[in-house]
Design a protein around this ligand. Structure first.
Ligand code: SAM
Length: 240
């Protein structure tokens, strides 16, 4: 990692109250693996070291804000893509057990190989769509947390994520700015699915200052069996 990118990673994380120095070598290795993976599979639009560090690494670490992931939790990363936010979070928090999920097999294989190369024991990727995985007993009502970054609007996320959670579990959605309409629709969807929006925290991304929002939804009771609807329907016909 070049000196500017290293400095930005240290400074960006520090703004979040995090010290990445103990795992700096692994972040540097992740950067190389991502660039190599990109050359082969076109995994992410971000190509420069500066962009990857700020918009993938530091941006992913903002999910730790508010302490919602503190503890020994089983965590699904819904729509992990090339491994975000899972890989940066797993480097920082060995006590969290991650199940990154994505419908695109080549991305899941990349995350699996990358986690292995980084020596991460706490990442167990799964290929499949959320609508189908949450119909399987090993994935339904099982997890303590779902994290999600850049996947869909809040009502869609609620339908895809809440079935993974046990009652008492939390969906932690890291998003850009959220409109009042999306929030209202998300609140209604959360209610329909057995949850409640408990927190909406606006903040800015370290160094860049881009607007972000952390939305937390608590699952209060079992999600009705009719949800999620079949593959593709939550996206095509959001509940609200
Ligand atoms: N979370 C990553 C990030 O922040 O870089 C990737 C975001 S990418 C824009 C969205 C990802 O969600 C894609 O890789 C897509 O395959 C996955 N995805 C979308 N809907 C899904 C579903 N219903 N089940 C599983 N994965 C899904």
């Amino acid at each position: 990692m070049n000196p500017e990118a290293t400095e930005l990673l240290l400074a960006g994380a520090q703004e979040l109250g995090l010290d990445v120095a103990p795992v700096l070598d692994q972040f540097a290795a992740l950067l190389v693996l991502l660039q190599e993976g990109n050359a082969r599979f076109n995994l992410t639009a971000l190509k420069t070291e500066r962009d990857i560090v700020l918009k993938h690494f530091v941006d992913s670490l903002t999910c730790l804000g508010g302490g919602h992931l503190d503890g020994n939790h089983q965590v699904v990363d819904l729509g992990t893509g090339a491994g975000f936010p899972t890989l940066p979070l797993a480097l920082m928090r060995a006590e969290l057990q991650f199940t990154p999920v994505d419908s695109t097999r080549k991305k899941v294989e990349f995350v699996r190989a990358t986690a292995e190369a980084l020596g991460l024991q706490n990442v167990r990727p799964v290929a499949g769509r959320a609508e189908t995985l949450t119909r399987q007993p090993e994935h339904r009502d099982r997890y303590d947390r779902v994290v999600v970054r850049a996947v869909a609007a809040l009502p869609i996320l609620a339908e895809l994520a809440l079935p993974f959670l046990r009652p008492g579990g939390l969906l932690v959605a890291q998003k850009g700015p959220i409109s009042p309409e999306e929030l209202r629709a998300g609140q209604r969807a959360a209610g329909e699915l057995g949850g409640r929006v408990t927190e909406v925290e606006a903040f800015t991304l370290p160094v860049l200052g881009d607007a972000r929002t952390l939305v937390v939804v608590e699952k209060l009771r079992d999600t009705p069996d009719r949800y999620p609807r079949r593959e593709g329907v939550p996206n095509q016909q959001p509940l609200f």
